[in-house]
Design a protein around this ligand. Structure first.
Ligand code: FAD
Length: 311
């Protein structure tokens, strides 16, 4: 058993484990994929103190920092499937793993992050990785010189369109709303690109293709008129979903979007269970925010442990 068990090995979970280890606390960290979303990130330029780094490099740095602490027991490719909270403060919480193992700890830090949201139209699932993509940094180069659509006009969609415009032949950005929602500076950049078309009030209704994507259909939301676009790739950029389905019957309070509700100290609705990063209600899903929240949750777990002797 662990004193603190961290579930999730992204920036939030790693920061938490380093903080608890430095308090001399025996810490476990279990992650389905160590590094989390950083694995899919290319350039990072907004991490204070680090002018420029890349996702995979930051993952390697975090891995090294975790390995340097004897107090941390790291478990990669370890997926949690169920949480059974302690009956009373100071008692053991149980985390049931997909492989059948049961991990016990007196305090938990949940940092399971988030993932891309799917569009939910015919053709999307069938053509996933056959032209339907979610990560422009990972898959953009596969569409060199080709025609693609980016669905979603928020920051991630517009960033993706700008990024892809430099690699692919042509980009059509499709936004459901009447206007783009991305920061003005990004929109300005997007409009300056000669190989980008922008469609607004446009609802994507179908992705077409047999073995690979050959086009999509969109409906103008005011006129109701349907249009077909011929293209080879579709990048879906319509937001993030928290990885909290496994907490459904745990008694941990979730928001209506499925985010773990946390207080100012990272505390959840269950004593001794803390949470941090993109899986929580804390706004601004960013690396430095996740790291800060992870550190905070770790200090709160420490505080909990010294106040609640083992039952
Ligand atoms: P995540 O990074 O999502 O990590 C979650 C961890 O939990 C992973 O290890 C995952 O495998 C694990 N996990 C999930 N479910 C389970 C389970 N059931 N059991 C066990 N483990 C589980 N932010 C910036 O600040 N700057 C940027 O430039 C930037 N660029 C980005 C580019 C892209 C393409 C993406 C996708 C994100 C970007 N972000 C950026 C956002 C940033 O990556 C996230 O805010 C940050 O990674 C959140 O950290 P996290 O630890 O909360 O979650």
């Amino acid at each position: 058993p662990f004193e603190v068990l961290v579930i999730g090995g992204g920036p939030a979970g790693v920061a938490a484990s380093v903080y608890t280890a430095r308090k001399g606390i025996r810490t476990g960290i279990a992650a389905e994929r160590f590094g989390g979303q950083l694995n899919d990130t290319l350039g990072i330029e907004n991490l204070p103190g680090t002018e420029y780094t890349e996702g995979p490099k930051l993952v390697a740095d975090l891995e090294r920092q975790v390995a340097a602490h004897d107090a941390i027991d790291a478990m990669n490719l370890a997926q949690a499937s169920r949480l059974v909270p302690a009956r009373e403060a100071g008692d053991w919480h149980e985390v049931h793993m997909e492989n059948g193992a049961v991990l016990k700890a007196r305090s938990l830090i949940l940092s399971t992050g988030a993932r891309w949201r799917a569009l939910g139209v015919p053709g999307e699932q069938e053509l996933r990785n056959k032209g339907v993509a979610y990560c422009p940094h990972c898959d953009g180069p596969l569409f060199k010189g080709k025609r693609v659509a980016v669905i979603g006009g928020g920051n991630s969609g517009v960033e993706a369109a700008i990024d892809l415009a430099g690699i692919v032949g042509h980009v059509t950005l499709i936004e459901y709303d009447g206007q783009l929602r991305a920061d003005e500076v990004l929109q300005k950049k997007l409009r300056s690109l000669s190989n980008v078309d922008i469609l607004t009030s446009a609802q994507t209704t179908r992705i077409a293709g047999k073995d690979k994507v050959s086009g999509l259909t969109w409906k103008h939301r005011e006129s109701g008129q349907e249009h077909d676009l011929e293209l080879e790739g579709v990048f879906v950029q319509i937001g993030l979903v928290p990885n909290t389905e496994w907490l459904k019957d745990s008694g941990i309070a979730l928001s209506r979007h499925g985010e773990i509700e946390v207080d100012a100290r990272g505390g959840t609705s269950v004593p001794g269970v803390f949470a941090a990063g993109d899986c929580t209600t804390t706004p601004y899903k960013q690396i430095v925010v996740a790291m800060g929240e992870g550190s905070k949750a770790a200090l709160s777990a420490f505080d909990y442990l010294i106040r609640n002797e083992s039952a």
